[in-house]
Design a protein around this ligand. Sequence first.
Ligand code: ZN
Length: 192
Amino acid sequence: MEIITYPHPTLRYKSKPIKRVDAELLAIVREMFDLMYEANGVGLAANQVDLPIRLFVANLEADPDKGDEMVFINPIVSNPKGSEGDEEGCLSLPTLYGNVMRPKRVRVNAYNLKGEEIRIDIDGLFSRVIQHETDHLDGVLFIDRMSETAKVEVEDELDVFVTDFNSRRETGGIPADEAIVGRLKEWEDKYC
Ligand code: ZN
């Protein structure tokens, strides 16, 4: 398992809800936390590790010895209140940062790994992370939510990601679109 980067097609895939949790899924979640910590991240969505399932992990401290390890399965964000701009980054767009406006406070409903329902009203960094990660599950990246002017400033950096992705694909490091979709369907059949 590894973190895939822009413009990998799985990052644009709208994930389907998860219907069951098994030992393999628990192991996947553990590996996602480990990859997230390695990359110093506070959140990681399943499609960032090339899996089309509706789940993300988060730890606002980005440290396994601190903070809470949270797993959100089938999250739904609602009740947006206020609006706030702040800088965001993404493990699938390393070194790229930009200002994103988002609702300040939201409610999130989800399930944890035990199948228990989570329902919390959140604000600040927590709210931003949950919105960013839920976006991933819908195939949305934070660059999609940047203002047109802010996006112009990162255009060159995005081009570098595209060039790098294309060259890795040419050298066989990344499968063709059809192979990627076929693999995603297999995972969907298993969990969704
Ligand atoms: Zn991200």
